[in-house]
Design a protein around this ligand. Structure first.
Ligand code: GAL
Ligand code: MG
Length: 1000
């Protein structure tokens, strides 16, 4: 086709579209809700459904007559609208983070620019009343040429913009053809370099609106409050298509009509006395009805006031916290296309995990999302469709080049229009509490101007833009137009330094706690700071969901989730898109559970555990605990609940604390813990009453510990020495020890062999995504290939025991030794072995992934029982969602199926461990809490395989018993692991005991 070239001209963002307006869907006056946002009504004709489609490699290949009604459509195939064509099997997926998928030559794009030709037909009956038909698109990536009955109706870009065309003049009675040509790339691509799978097509709904000859086009609901917030005023001002129009309005509080009236010019105000204010905890909505020209617009209204005062963010005069996530429209099957059910599922899950805020990274979300946020209660940081990150990847570029387009006057209009689209569409949504100018595009004149425009258009909300920390040289970088100081992934040290000075603007981390793979491990540390500093408004975890593409199942029923590089895509950024708190299918990760408990509504501190005195702090911003939280307690002794009860209703005002006394009686002995569980009170559909919102656990001052079983001993322990192997045996056991490898090669109990491979020293773990940087040091230090060297082994009898001593080192190929170990194994007549390792680490070597022993156990050992932080995986810096208890599970259940395999399923703070199966058990204890991991997979397998669905079980149980593991952190994008969680000891002792025994 010979197209007018609007797609390489950033001055043009659209041709033939209507001016921007607030998003709304009218219904015919007098009708109740049509049932669903876009349901067929006298006003709406949905066009979503099956269209015809054909993909061409470039615009020239598209037949000139394709938009014509006469075009032979037999070479087109059915496609669902909305959808992205890559998910329909066209073109190919690509995942790239910062690097552009095209050469960088703005505003130009490659000639070979895939384009999707779409066609559909609809009926039209002219009502001869002068009414208009508007064609609405809620999202097309990246730009579209629109034709009605072969005539060019217009063009637009900005993928996540809602646009509308008046197509009345192109229509004819009866069947009408809508043809849309969508280009994969346009100059807008330079401003849509968001870190995501790159998808194309008509990915949001399409519909027609029939409107009267004159009708309400746009309206703004603004709010004003008396100083004491006891009175609110709504000011509504509407704009009509032609001149001035009148409006009949009604304002409802539930079923109570609070106000009604008529406005001859579409401008009116109304007063609300004693308003019920909106906040995310109590999202109270009023309803405004605007009727004019035969139609009604129903508009939820949440009354709330946002202020930034003296460096603190206030909602309705109270300081409050952003406990948020970054959310992309992303699904492994539908891609960018999100149904109302999918949106509701995400928000419901968030709400059930105490999340109260969403940053719509990095574009305006599907409009439906905001209505759900209004209703369910979420603070939304609504972001413009802008990211130009790829500037940093140019040849010879440094970090500052992120801001090239921020300072390029050719893109001034494009940036401004993107921000205008955002604000115009979403200005009436109460959940939107802040505008964000975009993401990672550097700072310069274009953004300063956009911010100035926002302030002039909407004085009621603050403006956010993190990338102002990257000013482009030689342009206007005035920061006064931004209302918050925003950073991403700033370390806790940075935060402390920042707050050591008085600050003028609230501080927010628009992204932090990178949730990639096993992690994040730093949530609690940040939230301690958020609660500590009034000016720390909060943050949004990066990010809500794993992005991946679902490619069916393996023969054994595992989902095949693909990521960058799996599609032959170049450039690609591998699994960096798989970095969410939920798996692609929305199964919560342990990171989400961790976040949930970090965000628990109440936090308890022990004042006196002997007397049962605790201080409970209400961490909610607006709700009294008396109406929102029921508290129950459980006292466990050696893992069993021995006392429990519920606390009487406790009224604790937001941000305050109360002392309570819990009527338990301390047991005489045993490992005793108290757990306070916070249950939802007065729940709603999305968080039912009784839902556990979080917990605290306290160790009680009772002495006790876990012991290995006491076996009746009827025969002494003896040993035999061979040249290489030493055999140690009693009545029911026989162990083999390799004096040259320094390992147990055999452990038998009542004739049954437990081991399928030797029990050896182990320092490796399958790198997690958060080990992304440190793993290079680990490989350089050879930790993945360390071999034992035994210098000396001796065995002797010591009273009732046999004692083995072994002096050895661990040294990797072509590298000096990492560790020197003096090991002692004291074997008792019962078969119990007391192990002790004295370890010296070469101090020039990096922190260790872990230190411990690894056992290859027979597959019969499929059952695990343990006292540790559980029942989910736990680590030194990731155990907020687990608690100390006695848990049982299968080894298989211990495995966490991260999309890219990595270390998983370990348990921090272990005090007792028992593997059992086939009538035999193997138990462990230590005088000091240890870590363990029981897995069907070897760490080598977890290291090598790129996808969960490729993992092959080892055929037995791989058991690691560790002195320690390095922490988890969030260094996949965030700061280095905090010193407290680094396994950086250069000399340590690890002692534990184990006992194989027959289960009778
Ligand atoms: C940030 C960016 C996000 C995402 C994240 C890494 O820099 O804003 O879009 O790329 O890093 O996952
Ligand atoms: Mg980026």
């Amino acid at each position: 086709m010979n197209l007018p070239n609007y797609y390489e001209n950033p001055e043009i963002t659209s041709i033939g579209t209507m001016p921007d307006r607030a998003y709304y869907i009218p219904v015919p006056e007098g009708t109740a809700d049509a049932g669903g946002r876009l349901a067929d009504s006298g006003c709406v004709t949905p066009l979503d459904g099956t269209w015809l489609f054909r993909l061409f490699p470039n615009v020239l290949e598209v037949p000139e007559c394709f938009p014509q009604p006469s075009y032979d459509e037999s070479d087109m195939e059915p496609i669902t609208v909305p959808s992205v064509w890559q998910c329909g099997g066209y073109d190919a997926h690509q995942y790239t983070n910062t690097r552009y998928p095209i050469p960088y030559d703005p505003p130009y794009v490659p000639f070979q620019n895939p384009c999707g030709a779409y066609a559909t037909w609809f009926d039209y009956a002219d009502q001869r009343d002068g009414s208009h038909m508007f064609l609405n698109f809620e999202g097309i990536d990246s730009c579209a040429y629109v034709y009605i009955n072969g005539q060019f109706a217009g063009f637009h870009k900005i993928s996540h913009a809602h646009v509308e065309y008046d197509i009345t003049r192109f229509l004819r009675e009866g069947r009408n053809k809508l043809a849309v040509l969508v280009l994969k790339w346009c100059d807008g691509t330079y401003l849509e370099d968001q870190d995501k799978l790159r998808m194309s097509g008509i990915f949001r709904s399409v519909y027609l609106l029939r409107r009267a000859q004159n009708h309400l086009r746009d309206f703004t609901v603004s709010q004003q409050f008396s100083e004491d917030l006891k009175t609110a005023w709504l000011h509504v001002s509407a704009r009509f298509l032609e001149g001035i129009g009148s409006i009949a309005y009604r304002f409802w509080d539930g079923n109570t009509l609070l106000a009604q009236g008529e406005s001859a010019d579409g401008i009116f105000s109304l007063q609300v006395d004693a308003p019920k204010l909106w906040n995310a905890e109590q999202p109270y909505l009023y309803n405004l009805e605007l009727s004019s020209c035969g139609e009604t617009i129903r508009e939820p209204v949440g009354l709330r006031k946002i202020e930034m005062r003296k460096g603190v963010a206030l909602l309705n005069g109270k300081s409050f916290k952003i406990k948020g996530v970054n959310r992309h429209d992303s699904d492994p099957v539908t891609g960018y296309t999100q149904s109302a059910e999918q949106l509701l599922r995400d928000l419901t899950l968030m709400k059930n995990h105490n999340i109260n805020a969403v940053r719509t990274s990095h574009y305006p979300p599907c409009p439906e999302l905001l209505y759900l946020c209004d209703r369910l209660g979420f603070y939304v940081i609504d972001e413009a469709d802008i990211e130009a990150h790829g500037g940093i990847d140019l040849y010879g570029a440094d970090e500052r080049e992120i801001g090239r387009l921020a300072a390029d006057s050719r893109f001034a209009n494009a940036i401004l229009r993107r921000v205008q689209h955002l604000v115009a569409r979403d200005k009436n949504r109460p959940s939107v509490i802040m505008w964000s100018l975009g993401n990672e595009s550097g700072y310069g004149d274009n953004f300063v101007k956009a911010a100035e425009w926002v302030h002039a258009a909407d004085a009621s909300r603050p403006v956010h833009y993190e990338s102002s920390v990257h000013p482009y040289p030689g342009t206007n970088t005035d920061l006064s137009v931004l209302d918050v100081y925003s950073r991403m992934y700033a370390s806790t040290q940075f935060v402390d330094t920042y707050f050591s000075q008085p600050q003028q603007k609230p501080f927010i981390q628009c992204e932090f706690c990178h949730a990639m793979g096993n992690g994040p491990g730093d949530l609690e540390d940040y939230f301690k700071q958020i609660y500590r500093y009034d000016g720390f408004w909060g943050g949004c975890v990066w990010e809500w969901c794993d992005h991946a593409v679902y490619a069916g199942e393996t023969p054994d029923g595992k989902p095949r989730y693909l990521y960058g590089g799996d599609f032959g895509d170049f450039p690609n950024d591998g699994n960096f898109c798989v970095d969410g708190l939920v798996f692609p299918d929305r199964t919560p990760s342990t990171g989400l559970l961790e976040y949930k408990n970090v965000l628990r509504p109440v936090r308890a501190e022990a004042a006196d555990t002997r007397q049962g005195i605790f201080i409970l702090k209400n961490c909610q911003d607006f709700s009294d605990t008396g109406n929102t939280v029921d508290i129950v307690y459980e006292l466990t002794r050696n893992g069993k609940t021995v006392q429990s009860g519920s606390l009487p209703t406790l009224s604790i005002a937001p941000h305050t604390a109360e002392t309570v006394s819990i009527p338990y009686v301390l047991p005489e002995d045993g490992r005793c813990f108290l757990r306070l569980r916070y249950l939802k009170k007065g729940g709603a559909d999305c968080v039912p009453t009784g839902t556990e919102l979080g917990f605290d656990q306290f160790e009680l001052p009772v002495s006790g510990g876990f012991q290995l079983p006491e076996l009746v001993v009827t025969a002494p322990v003896s040993f035999e020495e061979g040249e290489r192997y030493i055999s140690i045996f009693g009545r029911d056991f026989r162990y083999g020890f390799d004096r040259y490898e320094g390992t147990f090669t055999s452990l038998t109990s009542k004739g049954k062999e437990l081991l399928t491979g030797p029990m050896s020293l182990n320092i490796w773990r399958a790198p997690t995504d958060n080990d992304r940087n440190i793993k290079h040091e680990w490989y350089a230090a050879g930790y993945d290939r360390a071999l034992p060297k035994v210098y000396e082994t001796d065995v002797k009898r010591d009273r009732d025991c046999v004692v083995l001593h072994c002096r050895s080192s661990l040294a990797p190929l072509f590298i000096q030794p990492v560790l020197h170990i003096d090991a002692a194994y004291r074997v008792h007549a019962s078969g119990r072995v007391d192990v002790s390792f004295e370890v010296r680490k070469n101090p020039v070597m990096p922190v260790l992934p872990r230190f411990g022993v690894r056992l290859f156990l027979d597959r019969a050992f499929s059952h695990v029982r343990y006292f540790a932080y559980g029942p989910i995986e736990s680590y030194a810096d990731k155990h907020q969602a687990s608690y100390r208890g006695l848990f049982e599970s299968t080894v298989e259940e211990q495995h966490v199926p991260y999309i890219r395999p990595q270390e998983n399923g370990s348990h921090f703070g272990s005090e007792y461990l028992e593997l059992a199966g086939g009538g035999t058990a193997l138990a462990f204890t230590s005088n000091r809490p240890f870590s363990f991991q029981a897995s069907p997979y070897t760490q080598e397998e977890l290291t090598q395989k790129e996808h969960e669905f490729e993992l092959e079980p080892a055929g037995g149980t791989i058991l690691c018993v560790d002195y320690k593991q390095n922490g988890i952190g969030s260094n996949s994008c965030g700061p280095e692991l905090l010193p407290d969680y680094r396994f950086d000891e250069n000399a340590f002792t690890f002692a534990f005991s184990f006992l194989p025994y027959a289960l009778d």
